[in-house]
Write a protein that binds this ligand. Sequence first.
Ligand code: DC
Length: 228
Amino acid sequence: MPPNSVPVVTIDGPAGAGKGTVSRLVAQALGWAYLDSGALYRAVGIAAAWEGIGLDEPEQLAACASRTDIKFVTQDTEEPKIIVNGKEATADIRSELAGSMASALAAQPAVREALVLLQRSFRRPPGLVADGRDMGTVIFPDAPFKFFLTASPMERAQRRYKQLMEKGVSVKLDDLLHEIVARDERDANRAVAPLKPADDAIIIDSTSMPIALVIDQILTVLPSHYRS
Ligand code: DC
């Protein structure tokens, strides 16, 4: 295959590291498309739950991943809306339950395989910012700019806690911390496309860094002519 000249910025990292916000704002600053690959796994999880498919049914899950219709409806300033098989599922896919389901089904090689081409189809001019766990290692290994964004588990749990409180959802910080540690463990130790930095990724630890600074760090690495 000839090399793809459309530039890609990959931003991988564990749950709650701020990849979503950072990636969306970097994409906005560049005027590029944005791929939230975690939302695809979450959407498949929701679709599988709607269809009554269990996490112990790998073939059915892979078939579900292939046939599920997932649309992102971009709005100017806010998070995009997610439509799964014609139904608005934005709030549903953001639940902790959807996150855990996504993490569990994402460990199935056939499910990951079913989503490869869909993810690569987001690579369109003038460029793409792709957020996930394996964007720099598996989906876009030829991406010219790779980042791995992390933060301590406690910092990530606290950020998530604050977000949920602001939405009026009551949770225990301890439960969130356990959930984050369990998800890291599952995502990092699976056999296929485990969560790990690409060899050529720049690692950013955002534990005590404001989002604006993280975005700045990423943008300064990119050639200035990319900025819109
Ligand atoms: O980024 P997120 O929290 O929305 O992702 C939800 C789960 O989906 C995550 O725990 C693991 C899985 N995932 C993955 O395996 N590969 C990706 N590229 C993105 C997400």
